[in-house]
Design a protein around this ligand. Sequence first.
Ligand code: GLP
Length: 246
Amino acid sequence: MKVIVLNDALEISKDAAEIIINQVNKKKDSVIGFATGASPVETYKRIIEAYERGDVSLKHITTFNLDEYVGLNRENVNSYFWFMKDNLFGKTDVDFDRVNFLSGLAEDTEAECERYSKRIRECGGIDLQILGIGTNGHIGFNEPGEKFADGPFAVKLTQSTIDSNKKYFEAVGDTMPEYALTMGIGDIMRAKKIILIATGASKAKAVKALVEGEVTAECPASILKLHSDVTVFLDNDSAALLGERK
Ligand code: GLP
């Protein structure tokens, strides 16, 4: 695992965006796994800027998002579909026919997860997966628990995740859903390349468990240590609890 500590989110966004842009320029029809949340927003801005300069086209990429809230339709401003449309897809030439999402409205969540899993396989797997990390060490919505999930599944969100994310729902007078559908750890680990972005002091504990802790389902992100091509981008605040690094 390569750990890169930079000064702030802006510096991280430039390096992270460069990796994504290089990937797409090298392979126009790359399969990219996208993450939502505040962490990748600056990076997505750098990609939009590169698109506007004509330095990259996202027209031929296929996208898979990590997760979606159960019960929200795509027009809901707090759905992750809306988030991606608003923060990246709708501001570039992403082809919405190639955008893949777990449906928060699926009645049969098991069948929906199976469909998504099959779709990832049909597309040849994920070339590059972008990740954030929850304050409790979750990736996607793989919450701390007793074992790592392989494929997509429906998850009951932990109180810690609800406490971190409920502000977005409260801002529009809604209550945050308690359930979500998420890619499993297996789906994430099968990506050929992974970048994880973590900024701010609230992530410092999770980052320490990720970088220095043992591999345990109690910190789902810790499994990334077993992947051969992971780059972790940190700012000084999220890296604050790490020991001396060579
Ligand atoms: C959310 C998402 C994750 C994201 C994480 C961190 O719950 N499901 O994919 O990485 O929490 O979010 P943020 O970047 O806003 O701190």
